[in-house]
Ligand binder design. Sequence first.
Ligand SMILES: Nc1ncnc2c1ncn2[C@@H]1O[C@H](COP(=O)(O)OP(=O)(O)OP(=O)(O)O)[C@@H](O)[C@H]1O
Ligand SMILES: [Mg+2]
Length: 246
Amino acid sequence: MPLLEVKNLRLGYGDKVVLNDISFTLYRGEVKVVMGPSGCGKTSLLRCLNLLVKPTGGQIFLNGQEITAPNTHERAVRRQIGFVFQQFGLFRHLDALHNVMLAPVKLLKLSRKEAQERARHELSRVDMLEHAEKYPAQLSGGQQQRIAIARALAMDPKLILFDEPTSALDPELSREISIIINRLFLDDVSMLCVTHDAHFAKYVCDKIIFLDQGNILAEQQPEQLYAQQEDERIRRFFRMAREGGS
Ligand SMILES: Nc1ncnc2c1ncn2[C@@H]1O[C@H](COP(=O)(O)OP(=O)(O)OP(=O)(O)O)[C@@H](O)[C@H]1O
Ligand SMILES: [Mg+2]
C-alpha cells in the first residue's frame, strides 16, 4: 500500500482551475520532487496534502486512510505530515533547541526531558547539535533551514513536505541541505519536495513529477526528464533553467 495516494485531485479558486486531475503515489521511504513553472500549482498541491486548503475534487489517502473524507480530524493528520518552507519559519525568540522541542511538548505532550532528548537527537541528525543554544539571528540561512528540518523530524512524521527549501540559499548552502535530505532518504524518511533547482532535484530524488498549469505532464527519473525531447513545455523549462542558472 502506498504511504500517500493522490487520486484525481482537483483544486479551483472560483472559476480558476489550479490543479486539474492530479494522480500519483509515494511509497514509504520514497523521495519525489515536484517541479514546474511558477504558478503551475506546486504550493497549492502541498497545501492540499496538508489539509490547509480543501480540494474541489478527488481523494487523498495517507496509509490507506482517506484524509479528504468529511469526518477527518485535520489536526491529527497534520501531526503526521511535516512541512518545511522556503523561509524556515523559526521562532525568533527561541534558541534552536527550543524551536525543535516546542511541538513535541505542545502537541505530543512529551515531558520537557523527553522532548529535549528528542530535539537533541534530531539536531544531531542535521549536524546542528553544537548550535543548539543559538537563536535564529545567530545562524546562517542553511543552518536555520537545518533547524527547520530537525523541527519537522521531531514530530516523527510519516511524510515530510518541502516547499522550495533551498530557494532562499546560495548554491553552497543549498548543497548542504541536499546532503541532509539525502541522508534522511538513506534513513527511509518519505519526502515530497517542491524545487526549481534541477541540480538539487537530481541529487535528492527517485522521481520528478513535472507539473504544468495544474496537470502532471511527466513523472520520470531526473536524467530521463532532463533529456526529455518530446514535450516542448518541459524542454523550455529546462532550457530556461540552464540559461538562468549558469
Ligand atoms: N488563495 C488563493 N486564491 C486564489 N488564487 C490562488 C490562491 N493561491 C494560489 N492561487 C493561484 O493558484 C495558482 C497556483 O499557485 P501556486 O502558489 O500553487 O503556484 P506555484 O507553482 O507554487 O508557484 P511558484 O513557483 O511561484 O511558487 C496561481 O495562479 C495562483 O495565483
Ligand atoms: Mg510555490
